[in-house]
Design a protein around this ligand. Sequence first.
Ligand code: THG
Length: 271
Amino acid sequence: MIIFSERVNGMYRDVRKAINEKDERIVQDLVREQVAGGADVMDINLGPTKGDPVENFVWLAQTVHAATDRPLSLDSAKPHVLVAAMPRVRAALPDTKLIINSSTAAPEAMGQLIPVAAEQGAGIIGLTMDQEGVPGNVEKRVECGATFLMTAMESGITPEDIYLDPIILPVNVAQKQPANVMEAIRQLAIVSDPPPHFILGLSNVSQQCLMRNLLNRTYLVMSIAAGLDAAIMDAADKELVEAAISAEVLLDKQLYSDDYLKAWRMQKGLH
Ligand code: THG
């Protein structure tokens, strides 16, 4: 399971304030907490912050990197911001693995972002949607996922650098989607050989719902069973991380031992 930390996101009020005030300590305390919880990759998203987004991305990437050398996933819905930010962050942090989050399968977005990932040896997340928006059915998700995967591979990006994201929406507004997303993962895993990674922005599923942690945890376990191997999630939610590890043990993706949680933490160099 590749854990992308969701927490350094300007959607959270504390992070938004920290970015606006260029307060490194608040961000770095969060980063250390996420890494201690098991985060493998730091997703960084400016949210609705003030100022120039490219300069803010460079500041945020450097600030996060000062607390961890884990890979950074640059998260923006605006392709032009990612296209401008990627070379700047690459120049500031030449040895850090970068991931573009995200492109859609719309030709215009792929045309801008896939060449940047290919050129820079970056990973890239492809949302299974196009210019028409998030599909309401499984078939269109699979079609968009297959298009993105083929286009990225034709540009020389290898499957281990490609993450397909079937886009999970809040269960209270789109209750058929959680099952559709799982089915899309199953079908995309069958048609692609070798398979790419499959990722979700997990907390989307519970936005505006009660008992968010329970919904997140339950859905993470279900999607891991469908083939999910990465998630943008709160790595400081101990029960969430432990549910993911338990799911992987039960699916024979992690070795069982009587102390498998401890073994997992040791393997990651955590204590
Ligand atoms: N796919 C990809 N990237 C993504 C998403 C996705 N990036 C953004 C998002 N979705 C994943 N990250 C988050 C981060 C926070 C929340 C949800 C998803 C969240 N935040 C609280 C909220 O909105 O209720 C913030 C409130 C607070 O201040 O506490 O839920 O799907 N590729």
